[in-house]
Design a protein around this ligand. Structure first.
Ligand code: IFM
Length: 445
């Protein structure tokens, strides 16, 4: 095992999200989400699968909490299903739904595991989609701030952190340009409007939580990549720079610089966000944050003639994503140079693999190597001056991988969906040892 150099209070955790693991889609008053609806659209999800049962985490909470404790985790990042706690996305809250998250948070604290909550990991109440086109409508941002405020009042005193959104790029782009994710739109303009309202809702939620006196650190989680041109040609380099702006700067610039990035804005042209930007929006969006969450999986590899298959020197994961750990160092050092940043958590990093359960064991050496290489890259970034506060592996256990259904396994713990039996893979045991070796150890100067 390598030795990574992080600061003494560096946090070691794993991440999941509500729709991907909870199941219990029709229990205890949960409302429908846009993913419940989307999964029913023929052809949208592999084999027509859905999150109705998923890992049945809702009913197996205690067992899963014990499993987290056995793995020696210091922190657990989860998301709250908005339709479980406020079925219509407005109006009445659902006590039973809130009660589930109270039990989760209390169960974590009892086991000395810090609760890192995310308010939105893609499961928008269907009612908001039906009545006002969801995130296309500015009002949804205000509904989100109300929901955030409620979570703050119920859980705020017990949470180690609150992130507003997980990967708004996915919500906006995959949900509205490619139609690959819920709600399945195919319109660049809708995506630009959605992205703006997501950013606005983030700022409004932060302001509401602060006004309510919530002390937990507040931030947002963005998926990001470094970007390389396929060749050194000026055309390929320009393509890489544009893709980086569309993916990374489109969120970072409004959050930290009070504007959209120029090149990407020009690329959007009349399909951009201009119609929905109101005076004062960037002041709200730029409300100071206590942390930034970065999810890193692979790099962008661009050419003037469109996306190109990268060389993949270290191979590709089961998602066919290039394994490119040095991109993590490159990305973080670039962010650090370009923005005045709060501390950064890697809030997701991991790989899908064709895991096989063999006599009670999963020998996922490729995943161990993936984590090891990325932790080393993160350690390099810390050495180069990036303030790295923690690392969350994606994911605690195999789960519903959105449009890929249950086909892709990202977990450290193997889930047999027929029996719901959990089996820690070799990577989980390795991670437990990494945490034990590094916990509380300061980086040598
Ligand atoms: O499973 C997803 C997660 O929901 C968001 N980030 C990327 C993961 C792997 O695709």
């Amino acid at each position: 095992m390598s030795t990574y150099r992080f600061k003494e209070d560096f946090v070691w955790g794993v991440a999941t999200s509500s729709y991907q693991i909870e199941g219990a889609a029709n229990d205890d008053g949960r409302g429908a989400s846009i993913w419940d609806t989307f999964c029913k659209v023929p052809g949208k999800v592999v084999r027509g699968e859905n999150g109705d049962v998923a890992c049945d985490h809702y009913h197996r909470l205690e067992q899963d909490l014990d499993m987290m404790a056995d793995l020696g985790l210091q922190a657990y990042r989860f998301s709250i299903a908005w339709p479980r706690v406020q079925p219509d996305g407005r109006g009445a809250f659902n006590e039973k739904g809130l009660g589930f998250y109270e039990r989760l948070v209390d169960g974590l604290l009892k086991r000395n595991i810090q609760p890192f909550a995310t308010l939105y990991h893609w499961d928008l109440p269907q009612a908001l989609q039906d009545t006002q086109n969801g995130w296309e409508n500015r009002d949804t941002a205000y509904r989100f701030a109300d929901y955030a405020s409620k979570i703050g009042s119920v859980l705020g005193d017990r949470l180690a952190s609150i992130a507003t959104h997980n990967e708004p790029w996915c919500t906006a782009w995959l949900g509205n340009v490619t139609g690959y994710f819920a709600p399945g739109n195919e319109s660049l303009k809708k995506a630009a409007h959605v992205a703006h309202h997501l950013l606005l809702s983030h700022g409004l939620a932060l302001q509401a939580l602060r006004a309510d006196g919530v002390k937990a650190p507040l931030g947002i989680v963005l998926n990001q990549s470094s970007a390389d041109g396929a060749t050194d040609s000026p055309e390929d380099q320009a393509a890489a720079s544009l893709e980086y702006e569309k993916f990374v700067s489109w969120y970072m610039d409004p959050l930290f610089k009070g504007r959209y990035p120029a090149q990407a804005l020009a690329w959007y042209g009349e399909n951009g966000p201009q119609e929905v930007i109101q005076d004062g929006d960037f002041d709200i969006i730029g409300t100071p944050m206590d942390f930034l969450g970065v999810n890193y999986y692979t790099r962008i590899f661009a050419s003037a003639s469109g996306p190109k298959r990268p060389p993949g020197v270290l191979g590709f994961t089961d998602m066919d994503w290039e394994i490119y750990p040095q991109g993590l160092t490159e990305l973080l050092t670039k962010l650090n140079a370009d923005y005045h940043l709060p501390p950064i958590y890697i809030t997701e990093n991991g790989c899908a693999a064709k895991d096989v359960l063999d006599h009670g064991r999963v020998r996922d050496t490729d995943r161990i190597s993936f984590y090891d290489l990325h932790l080393a890259a993160l350690s390099d970034a810390a050495k180069k001056g990036v303030d790295v506060a923690g690392y969350f592996a994606w994911s605690l256990m195999d789960n519903f991988e959105w449009a890929s259904g249950y086909d892709k396994r990202f977990g450290m713990v193997y889930v047999d969906y027929a029996t719901q039996q959990r089996t820690p893979k070799d990577s989980a045991l390795w991670y437990r040892d990494v945490i034990a070796q590094h916990a509380g150890v300061a980086a040598p100067r």
